[in-house]
Design a protein. Sequence first.
Length: 264
Amino acid sequence: MKVLVTVKEVAEVDDDFELDGLGVAEEYLEYDLNEWDEYAVEEAARLAEAGDDVETVSVTVGPQRSEETIRMALAKGVDRAVRVWDDALAEGPLLDVAAKVRLLSAVVAAEEPDLVLTGVQASDDGFGATGVALAEALGYEWAAVVNDLELDREAGVATVHRELEGGVEEVTEVDLPAVLTIQTGINEPRYASLRGIRSAQSKELAVSDLADLGLTPSDVDPSVVLTDVAEPESESDATLFEGDADEVAGELAAVLREKGVGAE
C-alpha cells in the first residue's frame, strides 16, 4: 500500500514588516511546515507503523528553499519525498488551486497511491480547496475535514469521522483510492528526533520540473491573478505611554479625564 501526503512550506510574517511589490519583503518572513500538513504527515506515519508493506511519500511544490521543510516530513517518518518546481512557477506571485492540482495530479499519476492525505487548508492563503479539487481531478472518492480515520486495507475502505458545522460529526465510509483532507486535532504530531533528522538527510528526495511531469508552462497558467497588496488599516490608533510608573499613571489619568471616564 502507498500513502501520498502533500505538504506545503508557509511563510510567517513578522509583526512589523514592509511590502515589496506584490508580497512581503523577504527579510520579514520565516518559513515552516504548514500546521495542518503536520497532522497529515503524522497520520501517514501512523498508518505505516500500524501495517506491513506501507510506503509513505510526501510531495511539495516549492523552490529549493522548501527542501528543509519537506525534510521535516522525512524526519518524522515519511519514507521518501518529491519536490516539484520549475522556472515557470517562479515567475508569478501566486500559485492558485487549479495550478497546484495539475501539478499534484501529475505526481499522483506517477506514484499511483492508494490514499492521498492533505491538510484541510494552508495558513498563508487559506484557500482550503486543494484536497477536494485534487480528488475531483483524479476521479477519486474524498472526505474533507477528517478528524478520525480507520483503514481497512483488505476491504479497501476508509472509515472517517468528519467535523461539520454546528458541532455535528459525520461518520462515513470512503472507498480507496481516495483523498482525505486532515483536520488539526486528529492526532498529536511527533517531534522530529535528532536521529530522525539525521536519517532524513539520507532519504530520497527527488526533484521534478514540468517536463518531468509531462506538463508545459501553459498547463499551470493561473486562473487567479494577484493584482494588489496592501497593509491592513487599523480601525483605531493606540497611544503608547512611556516613562516610569508615576509618569505613565499621570498621563493615563489625564486621558481618562478627557474622555469623561472617572469617579463621580
